[in-house]
Design a binder for this molecule. Structure first.
Ligand code: G4P
Length: 535
């Protein structure tokens, strides 16, 4: 597939970086993400049997109540990463959580990828969730490869689907393959770049057919109306522009593949497309400079924390995306937020069914680092340099609640548990300066159920939520410390500290927030918190 022959001129590090593709799959529930993931992993030889991904998920689900929330609602709350190799390339597939309540978590996962595969159900077209995830990708200029799935079933007209992508997402489409036959008569695809036919249900080599040669097409696929299909292919070639790699990389154009994940059809073409077009690990913006993936020194950021993956061991894994350089097991890195040094003694790679110690990893890879709370979401790790990566933000919660604990003896335990879960990004915790009980904030209501379930299952804490007098939380800043201090002092009953000790203004209503804003024009009320960019 990929021509890597020129890579001999590259440094060993650059060669490793060049062969990496780190991507996520975005889709609406039921479009076929899980099925496609299984098939992709099969290609990489990462799993032996299709069905393993689901089986694994089900096994995990039995482990705690938190997981049963996930099961009951038929969603996947856990983000995981799966690494597989195919034809000389290393693919890191990051799974995005399936429920829209978890937009914050999803957003963070998408900060760690260089491209995305958008899976569309051929019968349904662009659905709400796909659109939302697409918007996040667009914010970050993530290039998108499109896979139109379930071609083995009755679906919508392919031209209509392309038109819908173009209109609703403002994204140019360039089909790479074209379906031959529809629904029950779907017989395979015509590869528009390689000029060959690939047949469904037949494990044969592709059959070369020149575009426009209806007779050859009829010989290759006797079951379809070859004359009509040939005309359609001519129309596709005429109507759809040339594929422009630069436009794709900038997020304006998407190559489109048609297939059927369940029949393992079109998945190889998709994987080849990812290998050929999807970018290698991109340069990443830090507060003070751009960091190139091929720089010698290691840099990385934490985009996800998962605690208690196995409650028996109370382990806590920080998922770290490497941005530059090489990680070698046992090396020492600096945690920029605290200035502390830590040894990476047990970094882990994740496969479909397994984890393994990562002896070495390169920019683009995602490794899990077991730790006891030292690492937080958004943390940067470097060999020495004082840099902080941008773009792993916190969003102002839309729902605020007080946590009511009937058993007052367990207050300390609750405080620690909330701290754990806030560091993991399950909820945000705000500690009011006036000493009243902590408030928890979430972006979606489902997170409250997850919090309640996990507090019970993992910490033995039965809690209830009570409404809070506050409706909104905003991070506050001001041009000078004196101005900020003065605001904080005069609004002490409405100020809380977030996890990092940054001040947050708690407003009773949107009106209250607007009123305070007008009265204190020098104060900035922010609904997103990110690492600050150097001026
Ligand atoms: P998701 O992760 O995006 O939610 O989707 P998932 O892969 O679980 O697929 C949703 C349903 O669509 C599943 O059926 C799956 O078998 C089916 N499916 C996936 N890809 C294709 C395809 O290419 N063609 C057809 N015809 N169906 C496909 P289910 O009945 O809900 O689940 P199951 O009992 O088959 O597991």
């Amino acid at each position: 597939m990929n021509d890597l022959s020129h890579t001999s001129a590259l440094t060993p590090l650059a060669r490793e970086v060049e062969r990496r593709r780190t991507f996520a799959i975005i889709s609406h529930p039921d479009a076929g993400k899980t099925t496609l993931t299984e098939k992709l992993l099969l290609f990489g030889g990462a799993i032996q049997l299709a069905g393993q991904v689901k089986a694994k998920a089900e096994k995990r689900n039995t482990r705690s109540d938190w997981m049963s929330i996930e099961r009951e609602r038929g969603i996947s709350v856990v983000t995981s990463v799966m690494t597989f190799e195919y034809e000389g390339l290393v693919f890191n597939l990051l799974d995005t959580p399936g429920h829209e309540d978890f937009s914050e978590d999803t957003y963070r996962t998408l900060t760690a990828v260089d491209s995305a595969v958008m899976v569309i159900d051929a019968a349904k077209g662009i659905e709400a969730r796909t659109r939302k995830l697409f918007e996040v990708c667009r914010l970050r200029d993530i290039p998108i490869v499109t896979f139109i799935n379930k071609m083995d079933r009755e679906g919508r007209d392919p031209f209509e689907l392309l038109d819908e992508i173009e209109k609703t997402l403002a994204l140019s489409t360039v089909p790479m393959t074209w379906p031959l036959g529809r629904g029950r008569d779907f017989a395979g695809t015509y590869d528009l770049t390689a000029s060959h036919v690939r047949l469904l249900d037949k494990d044969t080599a592709p059959i070369p057919v020149e575009a426009g040669d209806a007779a050859a097409l009829a010989r290759a696929v006797p079951s379809i109306d070859a004359e009509a299909a040939s005309e359609e292919i001519a129309l596709v070639q005429e109507a759809c522009g040339e594929f422009d790699l630069a436009a794709f990389r900038e997020g304006h154009m998407t190559p489109v593949f048609f297939g059927s994940a369940i029949k393992n059809f079109g998945v190889g073409d998709l994987l080849k497309g990812l290998g050929d077009y999807a970018p290698q690990p991109r340069d990443q913006a830090a507060a003070t400079r751009m960091v190139e993936a091929t720089e010698d020194n290691l840099s990385a950021f934490v985009f996800k924390i998962q605690a208690n993956m196995d409650p028996n061991h109370r382990d806590r894994i920080a998922f770290v995306r490497l941005c530059s350089g090489k990680l070698t097991r046992g090396m020492k890195v600096k945690q920029v937020r605290t200035g502390k040094s830590m040894s990476l003694n047990a970094p882990q790679f994740f496969f479909a069914q397994d984890r393994a110690l990562a002896e070495e990893a390169y920019a683009g890879d995602v490794v899990g680092i077991p730790n006891h709370g030292a690492l937080r979401i958004g943390d940067t790790l470097t060999e020495r340099e004082e840099i902080a990566f941008l773009g792993v933000p916190s969003f102002a919660p839309e729902i605020l609640r007080r946590v009511r604990l009937p058993d007052a003896m367990k207050a300390k335990k609750l405080k620690d548990a909330l701290q754990d879960l806030a560091e993991e990004g399950v909820v945000q915790v705000f500690r009011p300066r006036d000493g009243s009980p902590a408030l928890v904030g979430v972006v979606g209501a489902l997170q409250l159920d997850v919090l309640q379930g996990r507090l019970a299952a993992e910490y033995g804490l039965e809690i209830r939520f009570e409404p809070s007098e506050f409706a909104l939380a905003r991070w506050i800043s001001a041009p000078t410390k004196a101005e900020l201090d003065s605001f904080v002092t005069s609004h002490n009953f409405s100020i809380a500290d977030d996890l990092d000790g940054d001040p947050v203004f708690m407003a009773k209503s949107a009106f209250d927030l607007r009123y305070q804003g007008e009265r204190s024009p020098s104060i900035v009320f922010a609904d997103i918190k990110d690492v600050k960019k150097a001026k």
